[in-house]
Design a binder for this molecule. Sequence first.
Ligand code: F6R
Length: 260
Amino acid sequence: MEIIIRKTAEECAEFAAKIVENYLRINQRPVLGLATGSTPLRLYKILIQKNKEQAISFKKCVTFNLDEYVGLTSDHAQAYRHYMDTELFQHTDIQIENTHVPDGMAEDLRQECQRYETAIRNSGGIGLQILGIGSNAHIGFNEPMCSLSSRTWVKILSRETIRANARFFNSPEEVPKHCITMGIGTIMEAKHCIVLATGESKADAVVNMIEGPISANCPASILQMHPRTTIIVDEDAAKRLQNKSHYTWVEQNKLDWQQY
Ligand code: F6R
């Protein structure tokens, strides 16, 4: 794990944007894994701007989103397909047929999960996966006590996540209880993972993910076993880390070819 600590959420987004920019530049057929939620919004704004300035292009890019609610049509204001269209895709040169979000309205949800896994595999696999983290340390919608080797599947949201996401709905009762999410095993196959975490509400999840034991109680902790994960946190989210000065030391002493 590589830990990058920046003062503000904006600086975190800029750092993440640099990684995405380099990834898009270097790869002929980039395959990006994408997240929704509040955290990546700043990053998406920067990417839209870079695309407008023609510093990057999404034309050859294929994307796979982590998750989708079950039972929301794609035009529902809280559907993740709608979020992606309005927060990123519509403002870039991406070809919409190259963007993938699980279909939470599929008649056969199990078949949809298998279709999604196959589509990821057929694309050549995810090269760069962007992740947020829940305050209970979920990644995707893989909640505490989930299998640490699961594949894309229908999961039940924890009551904590329903409460956290109720801010986007009129009431907690409106938050769907089910979702389709890439499994932890699926996420772990991405070649490079970036986790963005900002704000004090993520401080416990961040310290458990980085410095705690690997445990299903903290799904994000499995990333300690991932060959290449970059965790980008602001000072509020980094608050409880014990080894902050070591992470800064490592970042300052990277060799040229280890930079982005
Ligand atoms: C969303 C997702 C979730 C969020 C997490 C944090 O696609 O996979 O794991 O990343 O719930 O959400 P925010 O950023 O809203 O705090």
